[in-house]
Design a protein around this ligand. Structure first.
Ligand code: ATP
Ligand code: MG
Length: 295
C-alpha cells in the first residue's frame, strides 16, 4: 500500500444546496443541507484512503467542538492522525458553502490565523512514499518540501491562490489551480503561464482547469488531458480529490500522464456525487470507469 504524507488545512463545511446563489440582505431557503468535513489536505487524505492508500495528515485544529467533529470524521474515514496538532488557544476553521443546481459553489470561510503558524511537525512517518501539501498552510508546505527533499521522495504541491513561486519552487511537482497559476504569473493565458513557471523552477508543472481538464508541460509543448464528460452535481472538493489521486498514483509507480488520467477520473466521479468529499469515489469505481476509457 502506498503511503502519502499530506500537510495543509482541515475544516468543517456547512453545505447548502440552493436554486440560486444568495444576493443582498435577504433570507434564502436551502433545498438540502449537510455538515461535512472539508479543507484541501483533509479532502485529499480521504480521497487517498478511499482509493486504497494510507494517508498521514499533518494539520492543526483547535481544541474545540468543531475540531472534535473534524477529527472524528477523518478517523472514521481511516485517515492517520498522528501528525495532527490541537491548539488550545485557536479556534477551528469552518465555512458556509452554497452549491447551485449546476454544481457551482460560493464559499464563505472563517479562519483563525494561528492555525497556519509555524509547523509542529519535524519529521515524516518511517514509511512514506510521497508528500503532498496545500498552499492554504504555506509554512506547513515549506516544511513538507524541506522534509521530502531531505528524504529524497517526491513532493506535490496543490498550488491555490494566494501563492508565491518562491515558497514552492523546490517541490518536485506543482499542480496549480487556474487561480493559483494566475497568482504566480499574473497572466490569464494558461499556456504562457505554464511556460513561465517551468522556466523559473525545476518542478514538473500542470494546471487543473475544472471541466476543461488539465494542462501540463511536455518538454516545451503545452498539452491537455480533457476532463471526463459527466453530469456534475457538486464540484466541491474535486480539485482536492484530483491532487490526492495524482499523488497516490505517482507513489504507486505511475508516470505523470497516467497519474493525471487517474486523477481526472477520480475527480470526475466526485463531481457526479453530492455532499462535498462525502462523494469521493473508491478504487473500484475509478478502475471500472478507467477501464471504459480509450487509451
Ligand atoms: N465539471 C467537471 N466535470 C468533470 N471533471 C471535473 C469538473 N470539475 C472539475 N473536474 C475535474 O477535477 C479537476 C480539478 O478541478 P478544478 O480545476 O476545478 O480544481 P480547483 O480549482 O482546485 O477547485 P477545488 O480545489 O475547489 O475543487 C479538473 O482538472 C477535472 O479533472
Ligand atoms: Mg483546489
Amino acid at each position: 500500500m502506498a503511503h502519502v504524507f499530506i500537510s495543509g488545512i482541515a475544516v468543517l463545511d456547512f453545505v447548502y444546496h440552493l436554486d440560486r446563489f444568495p444576493t443582498g440582505g435577504n433570507k434564502f431557503r436551502a433545498r438540502d443541507a449537510s455538515v461535512v468535513g472539508g479543507g484541501c489536505a483533509a479532502n485529499a487524505a480521504v480521497a487517498v484512503v478511499r482509493l486504497g492508500g494510507r494517508a498521514d495528515l499533518a494539520a492543526r485544529v483547535g481544541r474545540d467542538q468543531v475540531g472534535d467533529l473534524i477529527l472524528a470524521e477523518l478517523r472514521a474515514e481511516g485517515v492517520t492522525l498522528d501528525y495532527v496538532d490541537r491548539d488550545e488557544a485557536a479556534r477551528s476553521s469552518f465555512s458556509s458553502i452554497y452549491v447551485s443546481r449546476d454544481g457551482e459553489r460560493q464559499i464563505v470561510n472563517f479562519r483563525d490565523a494561528t492555525l497556519t503558524g509555524p509547523p509542529h511537525f519535524h519529521d515524516f512517518p518511517d514509511r512514506c512514499d510521497i508528500a503532498l501539501a496545500d498552499t492554504r498552510w504555506i509554512a506547513g508546505a515549506r516544511q513538507t518540501i524541506r522534509l521530502a527533499r531531505a528524504r529524497d521522495i517526491p513532493v506535490v504541491i496543490d498550488a491555490e491562490a494566494p501563492v508565491r513561486l518562491e515558497d514552492i519552487a523546490e517541490a518536485t511537482h506543482i499542480a496549480f489551480s487556474r487561480a493559483g497559476l494566475k497568482a504566480v504569473t499574473n497572466t490569464n493565458d494558461m499556456a504562457s503561464a505554464l511556460r513561465q513557471v517551468a522556466a523559473a523552477c525545476s518542478a514538473w508543472v500542470c494546471v487543473t482547469d475544472g471541466a476543461a481538464g488539465v494542462c501540463f508541460m511536455e518538454g516545451d509543448t503545452v498539452k491537455t488531458i480533457p476532463a471526463l464528460a459527466v453530469k456534475a452535481v457538486d464540484t466541491l472538493g474535486a480539485g482536492d480529490v484530483w491532487h490526492g489521486a495524482f499523488a497516490l498514483r505517482l507513489a504507486e509507480g505511475a508516470d505523470e500522464v497516467e497519474a493525471m488520467r487517474f486523477a481526472n477520473t477520480a475527480a470526475a466521479l466526485k463531481c457526479t456525487q453530492p455532499g462535498g468529499r462525502a462523494g469521493s469515489p473508491d478504487r473500484t469505481a475509478v478502475n471500472r470507469l478507467i477501464g471504459t476509457l480509450p487509451v
